[in-house]
Design a protein around this ligand. Structure first.
Ligand code: ZN
Length: 432
């Protein structure tokens, strides 16, 4: 490393440490952001020191969980892994993680789609995982087409294979256009009710005709085909069968004839297992070793994680929101707290709340509190869903005090969850 790079890394570290001590967020991202500002060539110098290269995870939902799963699998193989486990997926987060783990053999990094341009070409990933592209934070990304273009551009730098969700037609189209080797994963089926959930429309990436769905799993993810040109969902190389899919805190899937039970819930978790098995294979790890490493894994932040009497469900777009609603319903929670913020990390536009079928909770909800900066909007949404709101309490701490004496489900946007977590655990952590 050059003197400037060393100074950049050291200065970043010092400030990062100070940031941790004073309680301003995770030090790693601060470290990296500053170091990168001092010397933009630092990323390249740090990346070149990781001998086995990088796996990059991209997509709307499931980045953090998938990266955590794959890291766990590699750790079980006694590999020294660098990962941005706090979800700091912009260039600062990546640089910070690399500074912190100077002896890593391999990197598992989640990368924000919009930031990929300044990160991925330097990493030249050996494997790139695409989880899904769902409607998310419209004010930030505008349209799913733009996100798909970001992914396609990122694929140019991949020197190995893409690992792609076969159930997402937009991703499959982009993967085909990339000309890279592709390994597909997908689900064999989902919940019976899946087809009824609010779904995004999707067109054939080849001829533009509306796709016909035999089954819808989550948003526009499912089993699809084009009647116009005959294009259809590719048969997954790694098929994931949800064996037991109920609630927020447990799921069993069968993948390549091996069962895996996780202490987390939802279709998202099933997909993440598929992505992990497929990516691990590319790294020379078979499905038995992967399944063994994943067995019993608990939720990462906000995916069925419990704090006190509450089960936390992160909600950041219609697909994730509907999945959360299904889990609350299956677990039969009657006490429900919904907290909606509209800060930058949540997305400033909360109109997506109208695409989440809160109506489904009508039969189970007995005590409902809404909170967060947009508590009023949430109250209006629930009123139209026919659900009586007991209390509107914008202050998250006070709202938690209202529900926490008994088991409750807690649906929340990203920053609302951070606030709640800080309040419940009595400390501030920036996790994703
Ligand atoms: Zn077509």
């Amino acid at each position: 490393m050059s003197l400037r790079q060393i100074v950049a890394a050291r200065t970043g570290r010092l400030v990062g440490a100070a940031s941790r001590l004073t309680g301003f967020g995770a030090g790693e991202a601060v470290t990296g952001k500053l170091a990168h500002a001092i010397d933009p060539t630092l990323l390249s110098a740090l990346a070149s020191r990781v001998p086995e290269g990088f796996v990059v995870v991209m997509g709307t939902n499931g980045k953090t969980s998938t990266a955590a799963m794959l890291t766990r699998v590699l750790n079980a193989q006694r590999r020294n892994v660098v990962t941005n486990a706090t979800g700091a997926n912009l260039v600062g987060g990546v640089v910070g993680a690399l500074i912190k783990h100077p002896h890593a053999e391999i990197g598992i990094l989640e990368v924000d789609e919009a930031a990929a341009r300044s990160i991925v070409p330097t990493l030249e990933p050996r494997v790139m995982i695409w989880t899904n592209v769902l409607r998310d934070q419209l004010d930030r990304y505008f349209e799913t087409d733009i996100v798909i273009r970001h992914l396609e551009n990122a694929a140019v730098s991949v020197r190995g294979s893409l690992v792609v969700n076969a159930d997402d037609p937009g991703l499959v189209g982009a993967a085909e256009r990339s000309g890279k080797p592709v390994v597909y994963y997908g689900l064999t089926h989902a919940r019976d009710e899946g087809s009824a959930l609010a779904a995004d429309s999707a067109n054939c990436p080849r001829c533009g005709a509306p796709l016909r769905y035999d089954a819808r799993y989550l948003g526009h993810l499912g089993r699809y085909a084009c009647d116009g040109c005959g294009w259809k969902r590719p048969e997954p190389d790694v098929a994931v069968e949800p064996v037991e899919l109920r609630g927020a805190q447990r799921i069993t899937v069968r993948v390549c004839e091996v069962d895996v039970t996780l202490q987390t819930g939802g279709l998202g978790a099933a997909y993440n297992v598929g992505a992990t098995v497929a990516a691990a294979r590319q790294l020379g790890i078979d499905e038995h070793a992967t399944a063994k490493a994943l067995e019993g894994m608990t939720a990462v932040f906000g995916r069925g994680e419990t704090i006190g009497n509450g089960v936390l469900l992160l909600m950041k777009n219609p697909a994730g929101g509907n999945e959360g609603v299904m889990q609350v319903l299956e677990d039969g929670y009657s006490r429900i707290l919904v907290a909606i913020n509209d800060r930058h990390a949540d997305g400033l536009d909360v109109s997506w709340l109208w695409d989440v079928e809160f109506e489904r909770l009508k039969t189970t909800a007995r005590y409902v509190v809404v909170s967060g900066d947009r508590a009023q909007d949430m109250a209006v949404r629930l009123k139209y869903a026919g659900i009586a709101v007991d209390v509107i309490e914008p202050d998250i701490k006070r709202a938690l005090d209202l529900v926490r004496a008994e088991p409750f489900a807690f649906l929340a946007t990203y920053t609302a969850m951070l606030d709640a977590r800080a309040s419940l655990k009595g400390k501030s952590e920036r996790l994703a």
